[in-house]
Design a protein around this ligand. Sequence first.
Ligand code: S5P
Length: 260
Amino acid sequence: MLTYTERAKLCSNPTARRLLNLIDEKKTNLAIAVDVTTSKQLLEIAASLGSKICVLKTHIDIIEDFSPELTQALSELAKKYNFLLFEDRKFADIGNTVKLQYGEGIYRIADWSHIINAHTVPGFSIIEGLRQVGLDKDRGLLLLAEMSTAGNLAQGEYTTQSLELAKKYSDFVIGFITTRKLMDDPAFIYFTPGVNLSQNADSLGQRYVTPQTVIYENESDIIIVGRGIYEAPNPLEKAEEYQQAGWDAYQQRLQKNVSR
Ligand code: S5P
């Protein structure tokens, strides 16, 4: 098995390279999902946990006091603590519409978010639309090949076809939202949400597994943790715990492959 850094050399997309390199540099495969509703909370978490994470995932449209200063401040923190921003917009429309949603409007996502994601329901045109905006800015796209929720429809042929789309646009598609590793090509990066050390589910269909299951057993690359960290009494301590768990599982996986 290759290390994150070794895989970085195989990526054509600059954001993918940067991400894989910084994971090894910072020894963290932890992405935090900060689903809070004020700028203040978001910036406080970004500043206090920035050194522990490789990616900070936002839902910018849930911030009730949004202003462009927020994304400016987030970008500065991302630079200072060396993490990437991932706006979890889950684009799902026709090419022309997603182009506008990505590049225009209040949020100007393409101007600050290194990584975005999209459902593959519309087919190739959604990728082409996003790519027209993001490729020149060195951005990267994740496809939702699977989801974490109970009863979700992203499986079987849908997942298989999503992988085919990724291969076709591998200059812009850097990986997937998924529960597990899906392909042998080491240039694709797997992000897995639905991670929690103390709960199996929430009350709305979310399903949780542990960092060990995600990174070691399912051979994914990055754990996405939300409430497990930001709702804890001491988020910094929790972030360290998840960082360690994710990193230990990765080290074990390297060993597993060596001894095979
Ligand atoms: O299938 C998915 C895809 C995503 S991106 N399931 C998810 O839970 N997510 C996101 O991961 C979701 O939007 C949320 O921001 C985060 C999980 O948060 P948690 O609080 O349940 O850890």
